[in-house]
Design a protein around this ligand. Sequence first.
Ligand code: ADP
Ligand code: F6P
Length: 483
Amino acid sequence: EPSTEIPYGDSDFVVVANRLPVDRDPDDENRGWRTSPGGLVTAVAPVMKAQEGAWIGWTGVADEDFEPFTIDGMHLSPVTLTSEDVLRYYEGFSNATLWPLYHDVIVPPEYHRTWWDAYVRVNERFAAKVAEVAAQSATVWVHDYQLQLVPQMVRRLRPDLAIGFFNHIPFPPYELFAQLPWRDEILRGLLGADLIGFQRPADAANFRRAVRGRLGYATKGSTVSVPPGDFLPAHLVRAEPFPISIDTPYLEELARDPKILERAKQIREEVGNPRVVMLGVDRMDYTKGIRHRLKAFGELLAEGRLDVEDVVLIQIATPSRERLEQYKIIRHDVELAVGRINGEQVDVGSIPVRYLHHSYPRDEMTAFFLAADVMLVTALRDGMNLVAKEYVACRRRDDGALVLSEFTGAAEQLKGAVMVNPHDIADLKAGILEAVQMDERTRTRRMKQMRKRVATDTVSRWSKNFLAELEHIKDNPESIVPE
Ligand code: ADP
Ligand code: F6P
């Protein structure tokens, strides 16, 4: 239960993200808190639990003011959004303009000036909250595409602070980014930071190219020189890759828990104990390639290359951004595809796709990962994809196979996966079959290799690396001067 005594107003470490790590559960009559959706919260919450500091963000409900509170050892400082902010800043500019633009325009981004105005207004509100909460010379870590103007706004309000920014999603190629009517404002907003982190080297390079192309600033290696007298005092900014990861020790611990292992067995029984259990776990989002995955699976069954007696696909999809048109469309398409595949079966007992449109507690998710022989991650574009890493971390017996889209950040680290191009249904089908038919020795070798990687690249190491570099830059600004 939350307590209301919180030691802040003088925080030395401040995390700023659109969402707090918890949101209000709409189905709970007691108006309780539950874990917020998405990879950002999965990754940053353990960092925050291990460190004193304040987390500034939104509660997920509109038009309601909340006092600061503490939960699970995390001090939370809520920012209020009105219904109009939710419509224009969150659903509009963040998720119908930036999200599709930054994910390769899989669906067309919409550009509306009223949405932009709301984005500026809400970013100002977050920046003002930072200025209020942060102690003298504190470290501020701003997260993700919803808050790209906050670094510049904070630097203006509080030049004493060390400002880091991490982009959890891709940063698009210049030719796409250049569509954005407010491209220069976004670049200037980000350049208020001392250090800007991206998932992949290519994202950092796309950003630096946009800075050179649009603002004409010099870059050398990963350093950008912001010249004097423009929109901020002259300073140097580092833009570099810091691939995010997961809380591996915690997941390994869950994967050893006898209750969770038992539950995994039970899940296999509940789906009829087939030879092969395949699993997909995603937010219900058009970037995740769920339709492509279902198409490939359905064709393999129809062609008899997979046998309905042998295999079951469990597809878990967390409800996400449900009022947006494109999210209604993807849900409709996915449900149609599931219905079609299951409807094609002759035998009343055959249900090849088990579809669950819910979110589950961490223990239950771990049981699903343990129950699955083959994990399908087929995103059309994804900044990282933590699900792929979570599956690997749970496979303590070095068994199981991962089918992984080459368009995820995770593909750069999980080289033991069966790599696929999800746009190419033939390739996707071949990848799924390869994973199903892979001999045990090959599976073990490849999983071992991937497990080693997630054992060393943990989220705690990620945050330590990022924060150490930020501190270094702040303490030794001369050290990043390009010669
Ligand atoms: P994104 O940030 O785009 O949602 P990621 O794969 O990086 O994608 O992170 C998703 C996170 O949400 C993972 O930690 C995953 O385990 C979790 N998750 C996904 N679906 C569910 C669900 N149905 N119930 C609970 N957690 C989920
Ligand atoms: O980067 C992952 C992310 O996009 C977060 O920024 C976001 O909070 C999360 O996924 C879930 O989306 P939403 O907050 O819109 O529910």
